[in-house]
Design a protein around this ligand. Structure first.
Ligand code: UP5
Ligand code: MG
Length: 227
């Protein structure tokens, strides 16, 4: 991935913040980030980029030089070196921005604007990732943080693990993911919170109720043009 080579030395954002809206979607393992992002895609026309999904796809790509590295980190609930994850995110964003316009939708928003709306799910999970992404890719507008008690997240993940086939949906990996979340990823939320950039949402109720609350906050933060 050639982006990896250029990322290290880059100190200005590669995308124009006036044309690209990024919302970071954070929360513990199993908090419901992916579930809520799917709803937001259908409702608001965001592009949804899950860092975990991108890493899993890269892991399974036959020619990838990072397959073993990614597998090791995901199984152990560890955070993959940021150069890999940021390159995957940036490449996906560029691909979407350069893609041919989709057919006109019933919405009044021009397609160009809609293509520039991104939900970055499960990233950044470490402070250095947050700084590097905002410095070299694009600053995020704010963070949606899905707050869920660990016991509920564990219940959801063990339930999903019966059928998901995810290599990290087992008791041992889940324990390690929770540890990394508390030690390394919650400080990222605290950092954005200190800048008043966090929208905190109780992720315990059923998904529709969590989405209703999410919509209310988005309307407040983004204004009527996002409806
Ligand atoms: N569910 C969802 N909402 C519910 C609700 N309100 N009530 C009841 N059930 C609900 O949901 C999880 C399960 O709960 C589903 O079965 C769902 O139906 C149900 P989901 O929406 O999938 O939750 P999500 O928060 O997306 O959980 P996920 O397991 O994807 O979170 P993780 O943050 O653990 O996983 P991710 O894929 O982001 O990362 C995996 C690994 O990749 C990391 O551990 C790390 O090793 C690596 N990684 C990096 O190294 N760097 C990165 O930047 C990102 C990831
Ligand atoms: Mg997810």
């Amino acid at each position: 991935m050639s982006t990896i080579d250029t990322l290290k030395d880059r100190t200005t954002p590669v995308f124009d913040p006036a044309a690209v809206t990024v919302i970071f979607v954070l929360g513990g393992p199993g908090a419901g980030k992916g579930t809520q992002c799917s709803n937001l895609v259908s409702q608001y026309g965001f592009s949804h980029l899950s860092a975990g999904d991108l890493l899993r796809a890269e892991q399974n790509r036959p020619d990838s030089e990072f397959g073993d590295l990614i597998r090791h980190h995901i199984r152990n609930g560890l955070i993959v070196p940021m150069e890999v994850t940021i390159a995957l995110l940036e490449n996906s964003m560029r691909e979407i921005l350069n893609s041919s316009p989709s057919p006109p939708s019933s919405s009044s928003s021009p397609d160009k604007t809609r293509r520039g709306r991104f939900l970055i799910d499960g990233f950044p999970r470490k402070l250095d990732q947050a700084h590097k992404f905002e410095e070299a890719v694009v600053p995020a507008r704010f963070v949606l943080f899905y707050d869920c008690p660990e016991a509920e997240m564990e219940r959801r993940l063990l339930e999903r693990g019966k059928t998901s086939g995810r290599e990290d949906d087992n008791a041992d990996s889940i324990r390690k993911r929770f540890r990394t979340f508390l030690d390394t990823s919650l400080p990222v939320v605290d950092y954005f919170d200190s800048q008043r950039r966090v929208v905190r949402i109780d992720a315990t109720p059923e998904p529709d109720a969590v989405f209703a609350e999410t919509r209310r906050h988005l309307a407040e933060r983004l204004g009527p043009e996002f409806a």
